[in-house]
Write a protein that binds this ligand. Structure first.
Ligand code: ASP
Length: 316
């Protein structure tokens, strides 16, 4: 029996093109995979015979292992390729690598790359479905989906939920994807950070902008902390990490300004003692580990949804 289509597009390159219906359907499907992943037998054979390649040009712990597990739980053959030790470190271009891998007939290609737009470029050159696992400052769609799912599980909805995204917004693809997705779903998004770490056109993003952590936290339902993305900074954006922590680090005292039942999120990797104190990261309001669990389920949902489209294409 043909399963219903969930995504309209062949690839998942960002959340910008997703409708409310697509986002909701992906989250609902992910809920099924949360349940499956909590069972002793975690495997289905929906992707049996399919080949998934994870092509990571930037280091990753959570995202890469999460995509690997997701593919394996769906029964796909999964191959991980990281740049170290591959021909990319010998100077091969992204497109040469992609065309080479494409010749091996993969069905799904997961890519992380340091340049914005890399996933889209790749999608134009290969014949398989492409999933963006983070491209430069641009987008990280599966992170935004897993964050939305985590919020929905705790708050029961996304509409009118006040989400304070705090820290280095400017260099963060997580912030970008979250701003787009959460706003589309009706959440009230705030961005909170020092001027140099906010995007130049912050006001135009349709979010509320706060230049003080205390102000931004007041009355928030969700507090999402972000790491300083040093690898993307081309100058001195902050005086020192100590100074940053003094004004922008989330500690228990500051968290009291948010709603009593506020949850604390972080996409990882965390820099304890810089943007977040350990007492908060490991405290009762933290859902950081749950985000990791939701990550596997959301990635299973995305792989499943794209594989359904491949079946349809083949049948047409
Ligand atoms: N892991 C996330 C990303 O790849 C967040 C981060 O690196 O700070 O964008």
């Amino acid at each position: 029996m043909e399963r219903p289509a969930i995504l309209n597009s062949r690839h998942l390159l960002g959340v910008a093109g997703l409708s409310i219906a697509e986002i909701t359907a992906l989250m609902d499907l992910a809920e099924e995979y949360v349940a499956l992943s909590r069972q002793r037998e975690k495997k289905t054979n929906l992707l049996r015979g399919r080949t998934q390649i994870n092509l990571f040009f930037e280091p990753s712990t959570r995202t890469q292992s999460s995509f690997e597990l997701a593919g394996k739980r769906l029964g796909a053959d999964v191959m991980n390729m990281s740049v170290k030790g591959s021909s990319v470190s010998k100077g091969e271009t992204l497109l040469d690598t992609a065309v080479t891998l494409n010749a091996m007939n993969p069905d799904l290609l997961v890519i992380r790359h340091q340049h914005s737009g890399a996933a889209e470029l790749l999608a134009q050159k290969v014949s398989c479905a492409v999933i963006n696992a983070g491209d430069g400052w641009h987008e990280h769609p599966t992170q935004a989906l897993l964050d939305a799912l985590t919020i929905r599980r705790h708050k029961g909805k996304l509409e009118n939920v006040v989400v304070a995204i705090c820290g280095d917004i400017r260099h963060s693809r997580v912030a970008r994807s979250n701003i787009i997705l959460l706003s589309r779903m009706g959440a009230r998004v705030r961005i909170v950070g020092p001027g140099p770490l906010l995007p130049p056109s912050a006001e135009r993003l349709g979010v509320e902008v706060f230049h003080s952590l205390e102000e931004g936290l007041r009355g928030a339902d969700v507090v999402m902390m972000l790491r300083l993305q040093r690898e993307r900074m081309d100058g001195a954006f902050i005086p020192s990490e100590r100074e940053y922590y003094r004004f922008w680090g989330l500690n228990e005292e500051r968290l009291r300004l948010a709603k009593e039942d506020a949850i604390v999120m972080h996409p990882g990797p965390m820099n304890r003692g810089v943007e977040i104190d350990s007492s908060v990261a490991d405290g009762p309001r933290s859902v950081i580990r749950e985000q990791v669990e939701m990550g596997v389920a959301v990635r299973m949902a995305v792989l499943d949804a794209l594989a359904r489209n491949l079946e349809r294409e083949a049948a047409a």
